[in-house]
Ligand binder design. Structure first.
Ligand code: UD1
Ligand code: UDP
Length: 353
């Protein structure tokens, strides 16, 4: 059996690392990796392949820094060429980026079976490019690997699966597999780290592309930084757009993106997480930290339902209120929300069945 992963953005390297590690246990499976090139800086791409020992990509399509339409179209054309020569049994796509949609669409048009890992997530906000990528990918995939019960429900509510063209399978979340496996290799970053700090990230287009929202969030960070250091690895999208004066806020430590092993160290040692990232909301839970989500909605609603995550958007006062409340919270993190590290194993067994 030949499985081809199509990946291109940072979180996809992490997800594919977990699945690829599982594939390596099956001698009867051959895998190929197609890197679309969507993320390309060494600290957004190469470092993950090195640290997580992901096999070198068999193809790098070098499609990056384009508008949504141009990027997806160029990926589609180049992926099609690869798939025509490789003819895999399965194409596996991950998450909700432009690389996900291009991979699924290219494969389906060639009648190649598509498995979507992290299927069924919905924010119900169709202004998010990721929401469009998810809806379309879920609609055309053959096998939908859902991380959660709510993801399964979302698909059922859309009638997906009822036509027997698509199968829904609750696998759990491969990001938890990665967090569990790589946590023993966590690595202290090469800069001074205070005993107590908040770990923050910001990259979501709805925040970076709206100067008012971005300003509100950093106003809150400035106030919080008067009490505790904030360490914020800056996504290139945010680095390009952040005004100089924000870069000078004292106690707000803006650093370059770090590798996954450094990120795990920061997660293990922080007091709490503040983010608009999808993946980081769950990792806060995996590492037993409270999360304040700087978006108006989340796809990971079970974290909110169980009190692990406060979704506050970009309103300065709401962010500060959530921050002031968080110290009081004592949570039991033993609940199994994401499959406890067995998602990749279930995915492989299903693909082989
Ligand atoms: C993409 C995904 C988003 C995901 C995020 C993970 C889409 C629509 N969005 O958003 O769902 O959460 O990745 O991080 O696919 N850039 C660099 N160097 C890099 C990577 C990006 O300079 O290595 C720059 C690009 O030139 C571009 C900007 O960052 O100007 C945004 O990159 P892009 O891949 O378009 O979207 P992301 O915001 O990274
Ligand atoms: N991450 C990382 N280094 C960083 C910032 C994030 O390794 O400097 C990891 C993070 O731990 C998580 C993933 O990247 O595993 C999340 O990716 P991102 O926030 O870019 O995308 P999203 O999950 O929002 O799609």
């Amino acid at each position: 059996m030949l499985i081809t992963h199509i990946i291109g953005a940072r979180p996809q390297f992490i997800k594919a690392a977990a699945v690829s590690r599982e594939i390596a246990k099956y001698p009867e499976i051959e895998e190929k990796i197609v890197h679309t090139g969507q993320h390309f800086d060494a600290n957004m791409s190469e470092i993950f392949f090195q640290q997580m020992k992901i096999p070198e990509p068999d193809y790098n399509l070098e499609v990056n820094s384009l508008s949504h339409g141009a990027m997806t179209a160029r990926m589609l054309k180049k992926i099609e060429k690869v798939l025509l020569s490789e003819r895999p049994d399965w194409v596996v796509v991950y998450g909700d980026t432009n690389s996900t949609l291009a991979g699924a669409l290219a494969a389906k048009k060639l009648h190649i079976k598509v498995a979507h890992v992290e299927a069924g997530l919905r924010s119900f906000n169709r202004r998010m490019p990721e929401e469009i990528n998810r809806i379309l990918t879920d609609k055309i995939s053959d096998l939908l690997f859902c991380p959660t019960d709510s993801a399964v429900r979302n698909l059922q509510n859309e009638g997906i699966g009822s036509d027997h063209l698509t199968e829904i399978f609750k696998s759990g979340d491969v990001m938890q597999d990665a967090a569990i496996f790589y946590s023993k290799f966590s690595c202290k970053p090469e800069f001074e780290i205070p005993e107590k700090f908040v770990l923050a990230t910001i990259h979501r287009a709805e925040n970076t592309d709206d100067p008012q929202k971005l300003n509100n969030i950093f106003n809150a960070f400035q106030k919080i930084a008067e009490k505790i250091t904030i360490i914020l690895p800056l996504h290139p999208r945010t680095r390009k757009i952040l005004p100089q004066e924000i870069k000078k806020i004292s106690n707000l430590k803006l650093i370059s993106p770090v590798g996954y092993l450094e990120m795990i160290y920061l997660l293990q040692n922080c007091e709490l997480v503040m983010t608009d990232s999808g993946g980081l909301q769950k990792e806060a839970f995996f590492f037993q930290k409270q999360c304040i989500t700087l978006r108006d909605e989340t796809e990971w609603i079970e974290l909110v339902d169980h009190g692990f995550n406060s979704v506050v958007g970009s309103d300065t006062r709401k962010i500060l209120f959530a921050f002031s409340e968080i110290k009081e919270k004592k949570n039991d993190y033993s609940i199994d929300l994401y499959g406890n590290g067995k998602a990749s194993e279930r995915i492989l067994q299903k693909l082989l069945s």
